[in-house]
Design a protein around this ligand. Structure first.
Ligand SMILES: Cc1cc2nc3c(=O)[nH]c(=O)nc-3n(C[C@H](O)[C@H](O)[C@H](O)COP(=O)(O)OP(=O)(O)OC[C@H]3O[C@@H](n4cnc5c(N)ncnc54)[C@H](O)[C@@H]3O)c2cc1C
Length: 462
């Protein structure tokens, strides 16, 4: 790959106009970091205003072999939008329009930089629902959600982003504009390029537009908090409520260390003293169904030994509970300057084994590791809190991280369920994928991006 030459820079300026280039050092730095502050400055930031401009930028950079890094809101956790090899950051920030909400066909057509929460609010106003709900939804973009295949609490019942993408407009590294999928909900014409691009972390194509699938807005939602004095009891409550036929929208688990952090940060205790796990369970649907589901959930939790159960049906109570849940990342961040955040996944029955492993890591390495996450999916956010100025703590955290990843793979889980590989997890790819699988993925990458200009240094270890 090549350095950005002055000739390429002036051609980029001709494509987008000087007012849509950023070259000052502050902008180059701020467009080069992710949510954890992992960063590398871009050589140039370009803000195209149309798909044709995106295509022209890619064609030019491909010819000049200059790296291009697509960027949404920069809320990623694994450095996906960080230009680790320099080059051009291509921000989609001018792609902000909801182009269509089609009530009859339960779909919306959106540009890449529509904020997730704005799409949700817009479709809810007309009685529809866009389920994917990453905790970052007030900032993250649909393009970034597609590139990372974002999930959230509601994934338990509704599934992650990939279930809600019917079609994409995207631009290949070589500048061709492609349209994958269609507005029809069934489509088996050829390989499923839509699904291949989803979760590809900006390494296969730049997404400019998406057709997303919607569902009717649930008429009612109600939330129940259940506290337990052990992780095992909480997990057995989950098994019991599912066996009782309940299918809640969310099944979130918060551990004792996180509860303590929230109490400090938000000034309120979410659970009684001695709680090892708090489950936040939300039922949604038609009112009679919600009432029946909550009653089954409640008796399953009681049967599993819940020490306290609280129900929030009013919108304000629910909103407050979910606000605290969304701020959990911030509460945990207040514990130490660096949060090494891992979103590991195990089959949900093995959550107690995962927590036993985390307890061992806390003990052996003397680390604070608050955990919370989507228990219904077995997807737990494991936050290793350290002071980056403390070299021995960092070394201990790195050792703990490797043991964690080896442990989840041994439990037949995955090292990331939502945040992707980016560059920070690339060294661990081979813990989960064989060399044949990695080689096949590299051949796919080569087919999409023959010169390797699109988001280089991501997913695959050097
Ligand atoms: C407080 C907080 C809470 C979070 N909670 C969750 C959560 O609950 N669930 C979850 O899944 N994630 C969560 N995240 C992580 C993050 O918000 C998601 O990964 C999100 O999808 C990233 O969107 P973004 O617009 O910020 O993308 P960016 O961070 O800008 O980019 C992420 C990746 O997508 C690529 N990309 C961005 N736009 C495009 C495009 N148009 N075309 C091609 N590639 C593109 C980038 O190159 C990069 O590799 C959280 C983050 C924070 C800070």
């Amino acid at each position: 790959l090549a350095k950005l030459q002055p000739g390429v820079r002036s051609s980029l300026e001709r494509i987008v106009g000087a007012e849509h280039l950023r070259v000052d050092p502050d902008a180059l730095a701020s467009y080069g970091v992710d949510a954890l502050g992992q960063g590398h400055p871009a050589d140039l930031v370009v803000l195209p205003g149309s798909t044709e401009e995106v295509a022209a930028i890619l064609r030019l950079c491909n010819d000049a072999r200059v790296p291009v890094v697509p960027r949404g809101a920069g809320t990623g956790y694994t450095g996906g939008a960080v230009p680790v090899r320099g080059g051009v950051v291509l921000s989609l920030e001018r792609f902000t329009h909801i182009l269509e909400i089609d009530i009859a066909n339960l779909l919306a057509v959106v540009e890449a930089h529509v904020i997730t929460g704005d799409l949700q609010a817009a479709v809810e106003r007309v009685g529809l629902f866009y389920p994917p709900d990453p905790a970052s939804l007030s900032q993250s973009t649909i393009g970034g959600n597609i590139a990372e295949c974002a999930g959230g609490p509601r994934a338990f019942k509704y599934g992650v982003t990939r279930r809600y993408v019917l079609a994409l407009e995207a631009v290949l590294a070589t500048g061709e504009i492609i349209h994958t999928g269609s507005k029809a909900v069934k489509n088996v014409v050829g390989y499923d390029l839509t699904q291949l691009i989803i979760g590809s972390e900006g390494t296969l194509a730049v997404v400019t537009k998406a057709v997303v699938r919607l569902v009717p807005r649930p008429a009612q939602q109600a939330t129940l908090g259940a506290s337990f004095d052990s992780i095992e009891a909480a997990v057995s409550a989950i098994a019991a409520l599912l066996a009782a036929g309940a299918l809640p929208a969310t099944l979130e688990l918060i551990d004792a260390d996180t509860l303590a952090a929230v109490a400090d940060y938000a000034g309120r205790a979410l659970a009684p003293p001695g709680t090892a796990a708090l489950l936040i369970i939300e039922a949604d649907g038609l009112p009679a169904g919600v009432a029946e589901e909550l009653s089954r959930v409640e008796s399953a939790c009681r049967g599993a030994g819940a020490t306290r159960i609280e129900t929030a049906v009013e919108a304000a109570e629910r909103a407050e509970l979910w606000r605290v849940r969304r701020e959990m990342s911030l509460a945990v961040r207040a514990l130490a300057p660096l949060k090494i955040n891992h979103d590991v996944v195990v089959p949900k029955g093995r959550i107690p084994a995962l927590f036993a492993l985390i307890e061992r890591l806390r003990r052996e390495h003397g680390l604070r590791i608050p955990c919370f996450g989507h228990a219904g999916d077995g997807n737990i956010h494991v936050n290793i809190m350290v002071d980056p100025a403390n070299a021995s703590a960092i070394a201990a955290a790195r050792r703990a991280e490797r043991t964690l990843f080896e442990g989840v793979v041994a439990l037949e889980g995955s090292i990331t369920g939502e945040h992707g590989i980016g560059f920070s997890k690339a060294p661990y790819l081979s813990l989960e994928l064989s060399s044949a699988e990695i080689a096949l993925m590299k051949r796919v990458k080569q087919a999409f991006d023959p010169n390797g200009i699109l988001n280089p240094g991501k997913i695959f270890p050097d």
